[in-house]
Design a protein around this ligand. Sequence first.
Ligand SMILES: Cc1cc2nc3c(=O)[nH]c(=O)nc-3n(C[C@H](O)[C@H](O)[C@H](O)COP(=O)(O)OP(=O)(O)OC[C@H]3O[C@@H](n4cnc5c(N)ncnc54)[C@H](O)[C@@H]3O)c2cc1C
Length: 324
Amino acid sequence: MGAQDTQVRDLVIVGSGPAGLTAALYAARANLKPLLVGGYQFGGQLMLTTDVENYPGFPQGIQGPEMMELFKQQAARFGTDIVEKDVEKVDFSQRPFQLWVDGQHITAKCVIVATGASAKWLNIESEKRLQGKGVSACATCDGFFFRGKEVAVVGGGDTAMEEATFLTRFATKVTVIHRREEFKASRIMLDRARANPRIGFLPNTEVTEVLGKDKVEGLRLVRHAQGNPQSQMHMGHKVEQWDMPAEGLFLAIGHQPNTRFLEGQLDLNAVGYIKVHNFTRTSVEGVFAAGDVQDPRYRQAVTAAGAGCMAALDAEKWLEEQAH
Ligand SMILES: Cc1cc2nc3c(=O)[nH]c(=O)nc-3n(C[C@H](O)[C@H](O)[C@H](O)COP(=O)(O)OP(=O)(O)OC[C@H]3O[C@@H](n4cnc5c(N)ncnc54)[C@H](O)[C@@H]3O)c2cc1C
């Protein structure tokens, strides 16, 4: 894409995770000459991980970044134009659609949004450094690596209970750490976790540091007196600090879909996921969505890639209908 991308593109795909790159592969092979605007953080969430062992076709597993490089090569091989920048703004109120990328303006008959979601992290330096080395935001993806080990889950909602329960298939002990006294999880999920002898609970507790140089070896924790940790600290209440051994830390404090640039343009749910109907259609005809940006449930590379394929086939059919 040059400064003068004056042509009306048939299809622009936004996002470069498994969903966007699979959509690009299918669209390019259908001769739609798609433009993929993949974001500054090209490759999506798998760039943050090491071993991916559950993507079919790689019996020995593959490193996340290596897999995304292969996805990119395959999409490019069939003629996808790739730009590694963010879409800043869109106007879907009329057709053709308008998108703005780094101050430049793109026009498209059809758009697939595949901008994924970002896991929420604690935002402490040691957590970032040990991502993929014992710190994870996906128990389904990484639980298997913690057979016979002690791990911790941070969070207090249904996801945290689900992940903790799932992790007991592998880990000898799972400690749920939650910064409040009360858990937000539904009664049934909480009861199930509480009944599991391998799960322990640390309410009113926060992780302040992940210990270990090249892998997780423990957690530094602080326990507040019961109540809101922030206000207790400010009121000068005493806090207790200690180190707990752990070889894994799983964050289960939610995900943020990357849809801020779509606000007011597409129907989003209360937390910002794109609402889809009829498989991959959004509230705007001619705009399709695929992957984690519309899927708070499965959140897997293979489901995102599958959804990318679906969106490309839906977009292709829709463009064909418009031509007649
Ligand atoms: C640590 C970790 C480990 C994981 N391990 C596994 C695993 O082993 N197996 C598995 O199946 N799944 C795993 N997952 C989940 C998997 O990564 C996701 O389900 C999958 O990547 C979702 O794909 P996606 O294409 O929908 O979105 P993403 O991978 O989130 O990609 C979205 C892309 O869109 C781009 N983007 C965002 N906003 C814009 C914008 N405005 N303009 C342009 N581009 C934009 C982003 O930069 C990103 O590149 C893991 C996730 C994490 C966080």
